[in-house]
Design a binder for this molecule. Structure first.
Ligand SMILES: [Zn+2]
Length: 511
């Protein structure tokens, strides 16, 4: 079992509040989250957030090293020494983000839109400031991120192929990065990010051309752009102008690094048509056009056999077509190429379960949970545990899903209630004692289970007139619909209020 880890965010409630100096701007500010908490939060959310957005782009290790070097070169000039870290995500949406505490990511789809190392330094410098100036912590303090407290266990739909599968830490990560920082924080990030890049020896005009590119692309109104970077970083002419004004205050010149950038990007730019075909194939599959999706997966693979996502798309088509043996083979090929991505393990586990390979399916599904907790993995594991008659384990797997939305959440609540009601009916049937007009004890019960119940037995314990303890059971036949109240007059009295000496000792679902 890999239980969802929620602790750091929940710790935020009830904290002592305090005043702090912003490490970047030097301004005094009121912040309720400690720097150590920010780092812990970011570290906890980093891997699942990466996984929920396509995982790490690892087919070009030299590019990864390059991006990390540029990031480190810029971050070295931040006032706030955090454990800064950069990864490239295997995602075509042009986007970049920073978690609290300095964990950052840039998407493959943004790298291919940039034209120089200075522009890359501008993007990374901007994100470094979000972390260094503690913009997330400021938002949490203002309550703008308070929602995380409530939805941390919920399945959250994010702008990604996989985000809507995430529960727990990964869902939390999406909350942290999709929240808007606000205009003030964006301008601050632009300004100080340019200072860092200038100190690192880059030409700050890279930040101007970057913003110009963003404005041009947003005018083209490409929907991917709108759903990605622009949702959190609205581009505008005024931002271009602000960056121009900042550049005028910084030393002129510095490195642009156009040729080096092109050399480093050569492989990834050459692979772009294959990823485009893959993205189109994902859309076709989502639209139910499996033939077209398979054709596009084959096209992507024909151009580049080394990308595990392409094999996995082919597997998804076969899974939908219930060609489980072929699907398993495709997912195995994906896992061989990239062992550390939850989705291939999740999907192979499903394909194996369908073929009756239960032990192997369990191993795959549990492996997927190591990388990212998802509703389908928990649910499938719970179903297998039920098939095996292992009620306790099934309950463990259903429990993380009780707050999940959608069909999976509803199904999990229903299955869990069926497993728990026989042994623990009072968990689903709260009760209350009232007196009728002759002071007889009336027991009221409410059905808090997700489905209709009947034959609710309530047992009253009382002391008889001879001083010995006695128990009397009464039954409310029902059926009681979810949320409705039933009652039974026990005939015992006089009941004058006070304690309610009742237990719900049995209840069953209406089948
Ligand atoms: Zn920003």
């Amino acid at each position: 079992m890999y239980p969802i880890r929620l602790v750091p965010v929940l710790m935020l409630t009830g904290l002592i509040t305090g005043c702090a100096v912003n490490p970047v701007t030097g301004e005094r500010q009121f912040i309720t989250v400690s720097p150590a908490q920010e780092v812990a939060m970011g570290e906890q959310a980093y891997v699942p957030t990466q996984q929920s957005q396509g995982g790490v782009y690892d087919v070009d290790p030299e590019l990864t090293e390059y991006v990390q070097n540029v990031g480190a070169r810029v971050a070295a000039h931040a006032e706030n020494p955090l454990p800064y870290e950069f990864v490239i995500l295997n995602n075509s949406i042009p986007n970049a983000w920073a978690l609290p505490g300095g964990k950052m990511a840039i998407n493959r789809g943004l790298l291919t839109e940039l034209n120089s190392e200075a522009e890359l330094a501008a993007v990374l410098g901007h994100e470094v400031v979000h972390a260094a100036a503690r913009h997330s912590a400021q938002q949490m303090t203002r309550g703008m991120l308070s929602q995380v407290l409530v939805v941390a266990t919920a399945v959250v739909t994010a702008d990604s192929d996989y985000g809507d599968l995430a529960v727990g830490g990964a869902a939390l990560g999406s909350q942290l990065i999709t929240s808007r920082y606000g205009r003030q924080a964006e301008l601050e990030s632009d300004k100080y990010g340019m200072t860092y890049m200038s100190k690192a020896g880059y030409d700050p005009t890279g930040a101007i051309t970057l913003q110009e590119t963003f404005v041009r692309l947003s005018e083209g109104r490409q929907t991917d752009w709108l759903s990605g970077l622009f949702a959190s970083h609205p581009p505008s002419q005024s931002r271009v102008a602000a960056n121009r004004a900042t550049a005028a205050t910084l030393p002129a010149g510095g490195e642009l690094g156009v040729e080096r950038y092109e050399r480093m990007l050569a492989k990834t730019r050459a692979l772009k048509p294959a990823y485009d075909a893959y993205d189109e194939g994902r859309k076709a599959l989502a639209d139910g056009n499996t033939a077209r999706a398979l054709e596009l997966a084959e096209r992507a693979l024909g151009q580049f056999d080394g990308e595990a996502h392409f094999h996995s798309l082919r597997g998804d088509v076969r899974l939908v077509e219930e060609n489980f043996a072929w699907a398993e083979t495709n997912y195995t090929r994906a896992i061989e190429r990239r062992p550390e991505f939850f989705y291939y393990h999740l999907q192979r586990g499903r394909a194996r379960k369908e073929q009756g390979e239960t032990d192997a399916a369990v191993a795959d599904l549990e492996r997927s949970l190591e990388f990212m907790p998802t509703a389908p993995a928990y649910y499938t594991l719970a179903l297998i545990a039920e098939e095996r008659g292992d009620v306790n384990r099934a309950i463990e797997y259903y429990r993380p899903l009780v707050d999940a939305g959608g069909d999976v959440g509803a199904a999990a609540r229903s299955r869990l209630a069926r497993l728990e009601l026989p042994s623990n009916p009072s968990q689903y049937v709260p009760f209350n004692c009232v007196a009728d007009d002759r002071q007889n004890l009336v027991v009221q019960v409410r059905n808090d289970a997700p489905d209709a119940i009947r034959n609710v037995q309530v047992t009253v314990t009382y002391t008889g007139s001879d001083g010995t303890p006695r128990q009397v059971a009464s039954v409310i036949r029902g059926p009681l619909q979810p949320g409705s109240i039933g009652s039974v007059n026990t005939g015992l009295g006089p009941y004058t209020g006070g304690s309610c000496p009742v237990a719900v000792t049995r209840a069953e679902f209406v089948e």
